[in-house]
Design a protein around this ligand. Structure first.
Ligand SMILES: Nc1nc2c(c(=O)[nH]1)N[C@H]1C(S)=C(S)[C@@H](COP(=O)(O)O)O[C@H]1N2
Ligand SMILES: [Mo]
Length: 267
């Protein structure tokens, strides 16, 4: 947030609770609200009093501060979800603008990238889906194909333009009889990664279940055999090495979300 903290910390206001540093809580809250919500929260809400009133939390100990920060993040999720325009398209780019080489990133180094065996691979569908069957790669490759050149934004401070090819995810969900009125689509990956997204983003026209990168079969480092590519979401929301897709109304969380990142993760 651009706005500095209004007041320096006054130790006299901390008498009742010396362990709580209001300035650093507010800083954390601002960090929590960082990138995606900048456009939303603007200037009004960023006082501790205002935030804690909105989230219904009293800040009396570390646990309540954590609950408070989570509540701020959930509030932020709801606000982002409310602002999400299912018809608004993310920018697309030309071949010449593709970042080469495209960066690799994961919660481990490139030497630990999982190597999924494509011949035995089966994508599992579960949860609120009538067509609960497995899909082989040849079956998935035979689905309608779309290509897209979009920007991937990683919260670690880099962004890059890449070209992914695959099948529109919304059409795939409808094809497999997913309950598209459900709240969440969750993903399990061949590494220990997991993610979940809101249904409106799952159905967004630019959300692709991708099998190729820059015209070639998706390499291991970029998520073989498939990566869900959403140019409307931050990098960490885009799961690679997907082995299971499920539809649910129970909040599934995600690898980074469960460590305190914002869930909606819009970009
Ligand atoms: N399975 C899996 N998917 C993942 C990750 C991961 O560690 N494992 N990292 C995420 C993050 S933080 C980023 S920035 C992108 C990186 O994708 P890339 O290697 O194609 O650039 O993958 C996302 N999806
Ligand atoms: Mo990332």
């Amino acid at each position: 947030m651009n706005k500095p903290i209004e007041k320096p910390v006054d130790p006299s206001t901390q008498r009742d609770n010396p362990t709580l540093d209001r300035a650093s809580i507010l800083l954390d809250a601002k960090r929590e609200l960082a990138m995606p919500s900048r456009r939303l929260f603007g200037k009004q809400l960023l006082t501790l009093g205002g935030l804690s009133m909105l989230t219904g939390c009293s800040l009396t100990d570390d646990a309540s501060v954590n609950r408070f920060l989570m509540a701020v993040s959930r509030l932020n999720d709801r606000a982002q979800a409310a602002l999400f325009d299912p018809k608004q398209l993310a920018p697309t780019y030309t071949e010449a603008q593709i970042t080469r080489p495209f960066p690799f990133n994961a919660y481990y180094g490139i030497e630990d990238v999982p190597h999924v065996d494509g011949s035995g691979y089966q994508l599992k569908l579960s949860g609120l889906v009538t067509g609960q069957r497995v899909w082989t790669l040849p079956e998935l490759y035979a689905l309608p194909h779309a290509e897209q050149i979009t920007r991937h934004i990683c919260v670690e401070g880099w962004s890059a333009i890449g070209r992914w090819g695959g099948t529109p995810f919304g059409d795939f969900l409808r094809r497999v009889g997913a309950d598209t009125t459900a709240k969440y689509v969750g993903f399990k990956c061949a590494d220990d990664y997991y993610e979940s997204i809101d249904m409106p983003t799952a159905l967004h026209p630019q959300t692709l279940l991708t099998f190729s990168y820059d015209g070639e079969r998706l390499p291991a480092k970029y998520g073989y055999p498939m990566k869900l590519r959403m140019p409307t979401k931050l990098g960490y929301k885009n799961p690679k090495h997907i082995v299971e897709i499920f539809v649910t109304n129970t909040f599934p969380g995600g690898y980074w979300v469960d460590q305190g990142y914002n869930w909606f993760g819009g970009s």
